[in-house]
Design a protein around this ligand. Sequence first.
Ligand code: ADP
Ligand code: MG
Length: 405
Amino acid sequence: MKIIVQKFGGTSVATAEQRDHVVRHIRRAGERGYTVVVVVSAMGRAGDPYATDTIIRLIKSANASPSGRELDLAMSCGETISAALMAQILTQQGIPAVALTGAQAGIITDESFGNARIIEIKPDLILDVLKQGRTAVVAGFQGITRSGEITTLGRGGSDTTAVALGAALNAEVVEVFTDVEGVMTADPRIVSEARTLPTVTYREVAEMAHMGARVIHPRAVEIAMEEQIPIKVRCTFSDADGTLICQQHAGGVEIRGDRVVTGIAYVTGLGYLVLQNGEEFHRSPTTLAVFRLLADAGISLDLIHVAEDRISFVVDEEVLERSVAIMSELDLRVQARTGFAKVSAVGAGMRGVPGVMATIMEALDKANVAVYHTTDSHANISCLVEKHDLERAVRALHHAFGLDL
Ligand code: ADP
Ligand code: MG
């Protein structure tokens, strides 16, 4: 059996017209000789009746900090409804299909409600369906623990479902369909000149995903890299080729894994904390206490900076208030502000290349963007900026690195 996994995101299954495009792609894959496994997300975005955010809102209207178990049980319904509907549409249009929940598809996860990890896949039921000549339509984003609890995989989790199934079923390729043409040099919602990258390496796209490019989930890329499965990111509403994500030179395709800057990514919704008290933080018990207290509260930090006269870092906006409350246990002057964003230039080939930082700082200065903090790794340089400057910052960097050419 030559298997293909095709995943359709929330904006690809929201309306009847969009679902017609979904059917078209599934039919095409069948015509190309593939046995098709479909993975679907919940329909639409916040406000749509069966969207995940709508379900979360409903549960939170009863309890602002709901039980993880009950929240996951409720959230998983969005994808289940979507799978059942899609299977019926396909069957009506002459493509016999069977809907399966994550649990029925044998997706076994650990116990971390809300952000569970897939630990095993038992694809027996899917294989039965396929052997009967039918298309399996699997509800994305969800699984079941060994003890039978329903879990969800976190934002973007349907991408992970698709790639994990591709690995378990030995699929030739996993196609991730979305509302843009592929992996682009920047979010096209911000940069209208952003270009679709015909090919990218797992490493490059994993880095972009980690830095905020939500077009594909980083965990999905990591599984694909480990299992050496090619991913194609394609647009539901066109027949364009999209982006092939694979290892360098895989499948005889010569691709550049050495671009200095592949793309510009960003994250919003950050709160910035600066702690001071006249102490010398580079050798102080206060420094240890700051990080221990936040760790014990389960708060994750980014853009961490410890200097002689200050400690600074960012947290997700939702936990800013809680972080400030925790810091008030210590004898510190705490400045905290919401409304920050992180913009990153990402490229696996920037290591050792002089002048990348100079280009970034000059471009941001010219665009009148204040930079509060920077950080870097072998494959990215990130800058903390104010949210109202973010769009200008993304466009400026995109242009400065010639990505719009
Ligand atoms: P889906 O519901 O299909 O999973 P997502 O909203 O998760 O869709 O991801 C697609 C969105 O990712 C696009 O609409 C686009 O705004 C955004 N995006 C951010 N960065 C990029 C990028 N570098 N390339 C393409 N899309 C991007
Ligand atoms: Mg997504």
